[in-house]
Design a protein around this ligand. Structure first.
Ligand SMILES: Nc1ncnc2c1ncn2[C@@H]1O[C@H](COP(=O)(O)OP(=O)(O)O)[C@@H](O)[C@H]1O
Ligand SMILES: [Mg+2]
Length: 273
């Protein structure tokens, strides 16, 4: 399936194709930014992106986040013909995703993080502190991640491979946490590149399942213990917990697959003599 055409290219009716891409852009942008705390609804997101108007009473930054994410999706579609994805592509996408932030030395945008970063998650009603890999490990880890992403692009033959590729790239990316911020949104964009390059539609994590998603991600990284100085990508994720993530992604992918299938059926009808 290498060098397959993008999933939308088989839709001949241009209006249908544009509407499908708009619907996917809206869901992907709304869900990914809502997981991160954005307060715009799906309807708000469509209105802001389609009409260029603002939603009264909602923060300016939430409007900018939605624009930045939609721009990043367009950049990703633009990368589909490139032979490989590179570090420079990741930096450009990060600039789009975080376009609302004024970069400074403590908040690098379009560059790897320069300070250690942490998260606290809850296990058995207690807070557990987790330190992400240290900034000095990031160039090594991210060069492994890019190799893996480019290898997956050549290794997807069916839907199971597609899900495995998505969960592997998503989980390893957030486990590395190479940026100061925007790591979740970047993972939810980047892990779809091999799927899109192989003719599959993107997997979308529904914001309604935010807690489930964050718990499974914590389950994937927690068993690896202290990874702050780890330079081997393989040792950042737990294989059993990754399987749980794959089971969930299979369900979460279905609404987008159904939407694409319905559009293809409608297109066939509209082209029938
Ligand atoms: N325990 C964890 N281990 C690894 N990644 C995590 C963990 N908890 C959350 N995450 C990931 O980190 C993301 C939040 O990181 P952040 O850099 O703030 O990204 P964003 O700004 O896009 O939300 C979450 O969406 C999730 O993907
Ligand atoms: Mg954040």
């Amino acid at each position: 399936m290498i060098d397959a055409k993008p999933f939308f290219s088989q839709i001949k009716n241009i209006s249908l194709r544009k509407e499908l891409l708009r619907a996917i852009r809206n869901h992907w942008t709304h869900d990914s930014t809502a997981i991160e705390g954005n307060t715009l609804t799906l309807g708000d997101t469509d209105f802001v992106l389609s009409e260029g108007l603002t939603i009264a009473g909602k923060p300016l930054t939430h409007h900018q986040e939605v624009y930045g994410h939609a721009k990043a999706i367009e950049l990703i579609y633009g990368l589909l013909d490139a032979p490989e994805i590179t570090e420079a592509d990741l930096f450009l996408l990060h600039q789009a995703v975080l376009s609302e932030h004024v970069a400074d030395i403590y908040y690098p945008v379009g560059k790897w993080k320069t300070e250690p970063n942490y998260t606290f998650y809850v296990r058995e009603e207690a807070s557990v502190e987790h330190e992400y890999p240290h900034p000095k490990t990031i160039p090594t880890l991210m060069s492994q991640w890019l190799q893996r992403a480019n290898a997956w692009t050549k290794g997807i033959g069916n839907r199971d491979d597609a899900i495995h590729s998505y969960t592997d790239l998503h989980a390893t990316f957030v486990a590395i946490h190479p940026f100061i911020d925007g790591n979740g949104r970047m993972a939810r964009l980047l892990a779809n590149i091999p799927l899109l390059k192989n003719g599959f539609p993107p997997i979308n994590i529904p914001s309604a399942q935010r807690l489930d998603y964050l718990n499974v991600i914590a389950d994937i990284t927690a068993p690896c213990g202290d990874v702050s100085l780890q330079t081997d990508l393989e040792r950042l994720i737990d294989a059993d917990a990754l399987k749980q993530f794959s089971v969930k992604c299979q369900q979460w992918w279905q609404p987008i697959i159904d939407l694409v299938d319905r559009t293809i059926a409608k297109d066939a009808k509209s082209n029938a003599p």
